[in-house]
Design a protein around this ligand. Structure first.
Ligand code: SAM
Length: 235
């Protein structure tokens, strides 16, 4: 369970309404039950239910169960697509160990707005589901061009370009570019515009890659790209 509190022995953890409803209404936990909790930075702790009210229960933090485990410094930049597919991308990126998930507006992105709070909640749920201790940050929708203008040049960009599908193999490109902070970029259903492609092909920090000979849907491409990156450079 994710709790928004510092964790330490003896720390009392007040639960909000949704957490209390889930633990005591849905999961039927009672006073004395042991619950694994994390807050994104202090590792995993065992806490005991000391008050079981569906409107606002309390846990008492007892002992540390595991260390804080942070993912590699990897960002996922993707152009949001339909709502359910965008939710899927965020959920899978959190499971696959992206440290930061960044919806971007490209020339052909349809979405003008996103519900950042909903996407952040999805990332949190995914981290809870897979027993992680880290919750990736989901940023608000930002223009790709603005991000590229201020790009931190030490961060390498795995630019997944459908126009070179079947050519530059991703694994070799990543391995030869080497370790360090990275970002993965996935385009929208309409792909990248000519000017975006030209700009990315001329940027020194960008490494254009193919994800194979077939054109993948953007949500599939995000999972495939993160898998290849983890395989080549992750831990
Ligand atoms: N409308 C584009 C076309 O038909 O050429 C396809 C865009 S694709 C659905 C969405 C995004 O997934 C692309 O912008 C790219 O980032 C990524 N992608 C899909 N297949 C790919 C491939 N084989 N190699 C590299 N990137 C790929």
């Amino acid at each position: 369970l994710f709790v928004d509190h510092p964790l330490g022995a003896g720390q009392s953890l007040a639960l909000d309404k949704a957490q209390s409803h889930y633990l005591f209404g849905v999961m039927r936990q009672q006073v004395g039950a042991k619950i694994a909790v994390f807050n994104g930075c202090d590792g995993e702790w065992l806490a005991e239910v000391s008050e079981a009210s569906k409107r606002g229960g309390v846990l008492l933090c007892k002992a540390q169960r595991g260390p804080q485990v942070n993912p590699p410094d990897l960002w996922l930049l993707f152009a949001p697509i339909k709502k359910t597919r965008t939710d899927f991308i965020v959920e899978k990126a959190a499971e696959m160990g992206a440290a930061r998930i960044m919806p971007v507006q490209t020339d052909f992105t349809n979405a003008e707005r996103i519900r950042q709070d909903r996407l952040q909640a999805h990332a949190l749920e995914a981290a809870e589901q897979c027993g992680g201790t880290f919750v990736p940050e989901v940023t608000d929708l930002t223009k790709l061009s603005a991000l590229l203008d201020a790009w931190p040049t030490e961060r390498k960009l795995m630019f997944c370009d459908e126009a070179i599908a079947g050519q530059a193999g991703a694994q070799e490109t990543l391995e030869s570019a080497g370790a360090g902070p990275w970002a993965v970029l996935i385009g929208p259903e309409g792909g990248f515009s000519q000017s975006e492609r030209a700009r990315l092909h001329s940027a020194e920090f960008a490494h254009p890659v193919s994800l194979g000979p077939r054109i993948l849907r953007a949500d599939t491409a995000a999972v495939a790209a993160l898998t290849v990156w983890q395989q080549a450079l992750g831990d």
